[in-house]
Design a protein. Structure first.
Length: 61
């Protein structure tokens, strides 16, 4: 499911100006799951995580 979401974000980025992929984790355990893929927790809310588009492109290439 994560691979499918990454593929979709990359396809959308070809046509729209986006900076990355945001997710809302339901709890700390889910946040840790996303962090293993390189997502970065936002300082003001650690359950909101961000993966920069540049990181997505490097990981998927």
């Amino acid at each position: 499911m994560m691979v499918n979401a990454i593929e979709r974000v990359l396809k959308v980025s070809e046509h729209l100006g986006i900076i990355g992929f945001f997710v809302d984790a339901k709890n700390k355990q889910a946040g840790a799951y996303y962090e293993q893929f390189g997502f970065i927790p936002l300082p003001d809310n650690p359950l909101e995580l961000f993966l920069p588009l540049s990181t997505l492109k490097k990981a998927y290439a």
